[in-house]
Design a protein. Structure first.
Length: 107
């Protein structure tokens, strides 16, 4: 058992598929999950370009068992300054080179 709160089955499957299939994106793949994927896993699958997702139990089905992500979706729909996590947008200053430029130029 892992204590990694991000170790959801779908996320682990995306990571393993990327390792095995090599290309960074998973076009043409399908995901099968027992429960409706949480927002973190959905974001990973969107980022990886998974084509299709099947799930058996909805957030509503999982609610009595604490297996719903409805509360997270509600937070994500709010502007950053209205979410329960304090989120601050800080403006970088005094940088010689923009970090995104440095990142894109290294590859
Ligand atoms: Zn998940």
């Amino acid at each position: 058992m892992t204590h990694d709160i991000t170790a959801h089955a779908e996320l682990l499957a995306v990571r393993r598929a990327n390792e095995k299939l090599q290309p960074p994106f998973l076009e043409g793949t399908e995901m099968y999950a027992s429960g409706q994927p949480c927002p973190m896993c959905m974001a990973a699958m969107h980022s990886a370009n998974v084509d299709k997702i099947y799930f058996a139990y909805s957030y509503e089905d999982g609610e009595p068992y604490g297996l719903s992500s409805t509360h997270i979706l509600e937070q994500l729909k709010k502007p950053t300054d209205q979410q329960t996590i304090e989120i601050k947008h800080v403006t970088p200053s005094d940088v010689d080179e923009h970090p995104y430029e440095m990142w894109i130029n290294q590859s």
